[in-house]
Design a binder for this molecule. Structure first.
Ligand code: GDD
Ligand code: MN
Length: 421
């Protein structure tokens, strides 16, 4: 409500033309507004923003296309992208929503500057969160235009394709249009060998394991009908970066999809945010989709880290007993201590890398982790005992206890150690 009020005020007194502001609505000038009482102004505003036949400009001026641009350290690219969008999207009622994860280079500040001059530019500054997919989802859901596009901020995606993509959606020929590097006419020449190899490999896995039929499910450039996206949104993963693959596989072939070729350009400024960990993200998504979201990557990583902990525990125990000649109870306690510490470090770097604890928070997190794991040990032993009591099969009881322990530790760590802010 207040945003809309503000929007109208900008339309009245701002020096810039916004393309879809209600330009022809009869409104008084700013000094006239200033002379009126607050209640009067509110009444006036309500009049001015009421949709319907009295205010046809308002409805026709609404954005048809929202371009959602996730950004992290893209300060030198955003203004350039904005100007390119403006040049390409003439005749289309568009808006651009930048979703910035509180970039250290303060990209959001540059976006705010743009937004102050043009109400078609919007900025979502997210605090305490990281992740490309989550940013895209939030950006799309923060707009209401019937069509939404997602693209990189670094000019690697060809914005001149947007009008064509939009007309494919508007004409009903497609519900999802993918900017594709791997159909006739498209290319990704700017990729080095390693990246090209990984991209091809991942595409092949997506095809075979998830039955995804399109040529470039790894693309970060696409446009989708809002209603279709809203349906799928609750099932999408906010972790990782493969949002298109997620959309396509969650839709189970129900989305009418068209691919348009484009040439994946070189990054203008800055560097890629996708590190070697993206392979992990990718496998996690495949796993989650393959098991219908029963197994999450986070849980699997947590369990794997737990597995390494077992070896570290035994190794420490061995060293303490044979090299240091410690008595067994102390050696066993040392083993547990070292294993818990290394589990914590690995989980902080791998399992929860998107919520990594830093600085002093590491210490607090470590202490909480010790506590969680100690209680987990009780749960582990308790369950193992009761299973063994009923069915004295040692490996069954042991496995049941271990499973209980890892599930407990996982659930409680998520609550108390790496809790979402
Ligand atoms: N908000 C937010 N949060 N934005 C992010 C984050 C994040 O954690 N990580 C990356 N971005 C933004 C970048 O600023 C950029 O605008 C866009 O997301 C894509 O990131 P890049 O770092 O440019 O990725 P890339 O060019 O290496 O990878 C591109 O190609 C892949 C296909 O191989 C992207 O388009 C990928 O989405 C695509 O899958
Ligand atoms: Mn890029």
């Amino acid at each position: 409500m207040y945003a809309r009020l503000l929007f109208v005020v900008v339309g009245i007194s701002g020096p810039v033309s916004t393309g879809f502001a209600p330009r022809s609505a009869p409104v008084p000038d700013a000094s006239a507004l200033a002379r009126r009482g607050a209640a009067d102004i509110r009444l006036l505003m309500n009049e001015a923003i009421r949709p319907g036949p009295e205010n046809p400009q308002q409805t026709t001026g609404l954005p048809v296309l929202s371009v959602v641009v996730p950004t992290f350290n893209e300060r030198d690219n955003v203004a350039k992208l904005y100007r390119k969008l403006e040049a390409t999207l003439t005749g289309i009622a568009w808006e651009v929503v930048f979703v910035d994860d509180n970039s250290p280079d303060q990209t959001w500040e540059v976006v705010r500057d743009l937004a102050r001059q043009d109400s078609r530019v919007r900025c979502i500054r997210r605090i305490g969160r990281r992740g490309l997919s989550g940013a895209c989802i939030e950006g799309i859901l923060a707009s209401s235009a019937p069509y939404a596009a997602v693209m990189d901020a670094d000019l690697q995606h060809d914005e001149t394709q947007l009008p064509k993509m939009l007309s494919l959606l508007e004409s009903g020929q497609a519900e999802l249009v993918v900017g594709s590097r791997y159909v006739e006419g498209g290319s990704a020449d700017s990729f080095d060998k390693q990246r090209a190899g990984f991209s091809a490999f991942a595409t092949e896995i997506a095809r075979r394991v998830l039955g995804v039929a399109i040529a470039d499910p790894m693309s970060g450039f696409f446009m989708i009908r809002r209603d279709k996206f809203e349906q799928l949104a609750p099932q999408l993963s906010t972790q990782g970066f493969k949002i298109l693959l997620d959309i396509v596989s969650t839709a189970h072939g129900e989305l009418k999809t068209v691919e348009v070729p484009f040439t994946f350009g070189s990054r203008l400024h800055g560097e890629s945010k996708l590190d070697s960990m993206v392979a992990l993200d990718f496998l996690g998504l495949v796993l989650a989709k393959f098991t219908n979201d029963v197994i999450s990557l986070r849980f699997l990583l947590f369990a794997m880290v737990g597995g390494t902990g077992l070896f570290i525990h035994l190794g420490t125990l061995f060293v303490a007993l044979t090299v240091l000649n410690w008595p067994f109870p102390e050696a066993q306690a040392a083993g547990a201590f070292v294993a818990m510490t290394s589990n914590f470090i690995l989980n902080n770097f791998l399992t929860y890398r998107d919520q990594r604890l830093k600085g002093f928070a590491i210490l607090g997190g470590l202490l909480a982790f010790y506590l969680v794991c100690s209680v987990g040990l009780f749960a582990n032993v308790g369950v193992a005992f009761s299973v063994y009591d009923q069915e004295p099969i040692w490996w069954l009881a042991g496995a049941a206890g271990a499973l209980m322990g890892v599930v407990w530790n996982y659930a409680m760590s998520g609550l108390f150690v790496w809790r979402k802010r």
